[in-house]
Each structure stands twice: as structure tokens, then as C-alpha cells.
Design a protein around this ligand. Structure first.
Ligand code: 5GP
Length: 202
């Protein structure tokens, strides 16, 4: 039976770096492409990074009960996991990996129980998290303050998850994350195939 790895974190804790590393290290894992109503960033590919939908289409899918979970992550910006995406990956005999925020992660874990390993990535301290958010030059003062407030709230979600991984030293965090994946998916050391990209081969 195929399973899933849910990686979540407060904004700025470095979950995307960890997810991409795991996808490159274990070719048995496959990234769950979410649907979103936010516009694509430069270099993002529809169907690979996200399924970019209009709000209308997104709401239609909500009505049709097509989502395993969805959240309005920022005002007017919706993000969600399509049930069809999970089924498609499992049909291809892949284990699925999610990079999602804490509320959606909590709901997915509730839904899939023992089939899911939910890992919460934690920054070494709130001060360090604020430093990391400040370093992202995409933030302006208002969104930065919003992100900090949000991150503080998200830190309180830690107890909803199976494992907590402290991202202080990245190399150590990656090693620890690899160990969690090997244990949960029963992958023996040295047997996993690597890939260059974090996308699936078509
Ligand atoms: P970004 O816009 O930076 O790609 O993502 C913003 C936030 O939304 C991140 O925390 C990301 O992990 C989260 N996210 C991405 N996809 C989903 C999803 O399908 N569901 C939920 N709940 N959050 C998501």
C-alpha cells in the first residue's frame, strides 16, 4: 500500500528546501501538485509547480468535493490538494509528498491517519524565523508583519504532527529527514535511486 509524507512548517522555516532534497534523493517519492488561485511566479510551470486556476474554477472544484483539503492561505488566494492528484500518484505506485501549510497538513493527517507521516519543520527560534523572513527580499513591511504574525500562530501547531524536525543546521536537517523517510517507507540505505529534478519523469 502506498503512503504519503506531509511536510509542513511555519512560513520561512525552510520546508521547500527539504521537500526538494527528498524528491531528488528518493525517486519513489512524487510531489503532490496543488491547485492555487495565486498567479504563477517566474519559472513556474502549470501542472508541475501548481495547477493555476481562476477563483471561479477553484470554487467549482470545492462544490464538486474535489479537494482532500483546501485553505484560503492569503486573503483571496486559495490553495488545495485535489483528491485526483493523490489517486493519480498512488495509481503510478508512487508515495506522495506534500509541501503545505499547517492547517491543510493537520486536515490531511486526520484524513489519512497511519497512511501519512506528518513532519513539522521548526526553526531553531522565533528570532531566527523572523531573521529568515526579513532576508527574503520579496517582502514589503506590511506583508512581512503579516507573515511574522502568521508564523507565530503556526508555531503553535507543532503537536498536531508525528515528527518535529528542527531546521538549524541544514545539512543535519536533511540527513534527519532522509532517515525519517527511510524508516516510514522502509527504504534500505543505498537502495534508493536519485534524480536530477524534483518533478516526475513524464
Ligand atoms: P507559495 O505561494 O509560496 O507557493 O505557497 C504559500 C503557502 O501555501 C506555503 O506554505 C505552501 O506550502 C502552502 N500550500 C501550497 N499548496 C498547498 C495546498 O494544497 N494546501 C494548503 N493548505 N497549503 C498549500
Amino acid at each position: 500500500m502506498k503512503k504519503m509524507l506531509i511536510v509542513t512548517a511555519p512560513s520561512g522555516a525552510g520546508k521547500t528546501t527539504i521537500v526538494r532534497h527528498l524528491l531528488k534523493t528518493f525517486d519513489d517519492l512524487s510531489f503532490s501538485v496543488s491547485a492555487t488561485t495565486r498567479p504563477p511566479r517566474e519559472g513556474e510551470v502549470d501542472g508541475k509547480d501548481y495547477y493555476f486556476l481562476t477563483v471561479r474554477k477553484f470554487q467549482n472544484r470545492i462544490k464538486k468535493d474535489a479537494f482532500a483539503e483546501w485553505e484560503e492561505v492569503y486573503p483571496g488566494k486559495f490553495y488545495g490538494t485535489l483528491k485526483s492528484e493523490i489517486e493519480k500518484k498512488w495509481r503510478k505506485k508512487k508515495n506522495v509528498v506534500f509541501d503545505i501549510e499547517v492547517k491543510g497538513a493537520t486536515n490531511l493527517k486526520k484524513l489519512y491517519g497511519d497512511r501519512a507521516l506528518a513532519v513539522f519543520i521548526k526553526p531553531p527560534s522565533l528570532e531566527e524565523l523572523i531573521r529568515r523572513l526579513e532576508k527574503r527580499d520579496t517582502e514589503n513591511k506590511k506583508t512581512l508583519a503579516e507573515r511574522i504574525a502568521r508564523a507565530k500562530e503556526e508555531l503553535t501547531y507543532e503537536n498536531n504532527f508525528d515528527k518535529v524536525l528542527i531546521n538549524d543546521n541544514l545539512a543535519l536537517a536533511l540527513e534527519e529527514a532522509e532517515g525519517m523517510v527511510r524508516d516510514f517507507f522502509e527504504i534500505k540505505k543505498g537502495t534508493a535511486k536519485k534524480r536530477d529534478n524534483y518533478y516526475d519523469e513524464e
